[in-house]
Design a protein around this ligand. Structure first.
Ligand code: AMP
Ligand code: MG
Length: 286
């Protein structure tokens, strides 16, 4: 029980208040552990302890969709390279029923994708009713990397904040609950993690020489992220800033936010649309 009230508090601590105005990410400590149930050991234990409840709520969400309930959850993960988007997906999905989970990563758009409006590939990847969708990167790249690297003119990307807000509002109107998480890591922590990728052959596949070029653009990225958090944290779909230098905290925080958003949906098993005793009697006669 304490965990649930704690999670409510976590939500308000990590949430970017809609309309709060200019935001300075350097004021957010990426190594902080706000609201955690204790140190590393306790927090890891709390993370494990919430899994059965997560699985139960996912099952109910899926079950109620079979009776026509349109509700679904979409987790949007954004963050600099090595911020742990992939690790968070792995952690969040562990213990859930894979049938009801739809994970999608977004890379630089293909030629076909580039020929369409930026939300085209996003719409195609949305979760169905009853599913939990997880986006590792998302439509926000179109106001992040695109802005920082000037992949489109300002006139193009600057309109997208409002387009995104309207898009997300329409999703909410259609039964989506959005959980948007910015995994905030520090500059030094990123160096350590990139070095670890270079030092271990088993991690080379995760390294992209481009990551060093992106790192050189760190201040511009922080500014672009601040603009996203400022302009696209809405009542319908607020942003959460999760300090991500400590993986055990990151996993607990995202798990707790996920749990709380599922609880907000409050999914319930549907009532049988058939005659239960009648079918039971029939079966016993077989
Ligand atoms: P990763 O997630 O590390 O595999 O890298 C994916 C890369 O795709 C990142 O460098 C992103 O910035 C890039 N990317 C994702 N979406 C877009 C987009 N809409 N436009 C340009 N680059 C993108
Ligand atoms: Mg990468």
């Amino acid at each position: 029980m304490a965990q649930h009230s704690g999670s409510k508090e976590l939500r308000s601590r990590l949430r970017v208040a809609p309309g709060r105005g200019p935001l300075d990410l350097t004021a957010y400590d990426s190594s902080d552990t706000p609201g955690s149930p204790g140190g590393k050991r306790r927090t890891l234990a709390a993370t494990e302890a919430m899994r059965p409840r997560l699985a139960e709520l996912q099952q109910r969400l899926y079950a109620q969709s079979t009776a026509g309930d349109p509700r679904r959850l979409l987790v949007v993960l954004q963050g600099m390279d090595t911020s742990g988007k992939g690790g968070t997906v792995k952690h969040v999905a562990t213990g859930l029923n894979p049938t009801g989970v739809r994970v999608r990563t977004f890379k630089a758009p293909t030629e076909e994708e580039r020929a369409h409006p930026f939300l085209w590939r996003i719409r195609k990847a949305l979760p169905d009713a009853g599913e939990i969708g997880v986006f590792d990167r998302s439509h926000y790249e179109d106001v992040l990397v695109v802005r920082v690297r000037a992949l489109a003119p300002r006139a193009t990307w600057s309109d997208r904040y409002d387009v995104i807000n309207r898009f997300e509002q329409s999703l909410v109107d259609d039964g989506f609950t959005l959980l948007k998480v910015f995994l905030h890591i520090g500059y030094e922590e990123q160096r350590e993690r990139l070095l670890a990728r270079l030092d271990r052959p088993s991690k080379h596949w995760k390294f992209d020489p481009q990551d060093i070029a992106d790192r050189a653009l760190w201040p511009a990225y922080q500014e672009a992220y601040a603009a996203v958090l400022e302009r696209c944290s809405t009542d319908a779909a607020p942003w959460y800033v999760v300090p991500a230098d400590r993986k055990w905290y990151r996993n607990w925080a995202v798990g707790t936010l996920l749990l709380q958003h599922l609880e907000m949906i409050g999914p319930a098993y549907p009532k049988a649309a058939f005659d239960v005793p009648g079918n039971r009697a029939k079966l016993l006669r077989t």
